[in-house]
Design a protein. Sequence first.
Length: 86
Amino acid sequence: MLIYLATFGASFVFIFLRAFQQRNVAFDNYIAILPVSLMMAVVEVFVVANIATQGYHWPLVLTIGLGSGSGALSAALLHKRIFKRK
């Protein structure tokens, strides 16, 4: 059970960072691009290693899917709040 919680959290953070990074690039927030890329690398390696260790099975797919969707939605909302358009 703990591995699913860790995978959900890591997927949430990874996709959160990817979506946040996409908005950084699209809206020319250059100063945030490199630090976010480094954070993405850390979490991506964890997620990929976890999948390699656990193997392909539907509970893991569901966990990653729910974490990823939640992360993307959260990133879009937070980025919009932090970087308001002028």
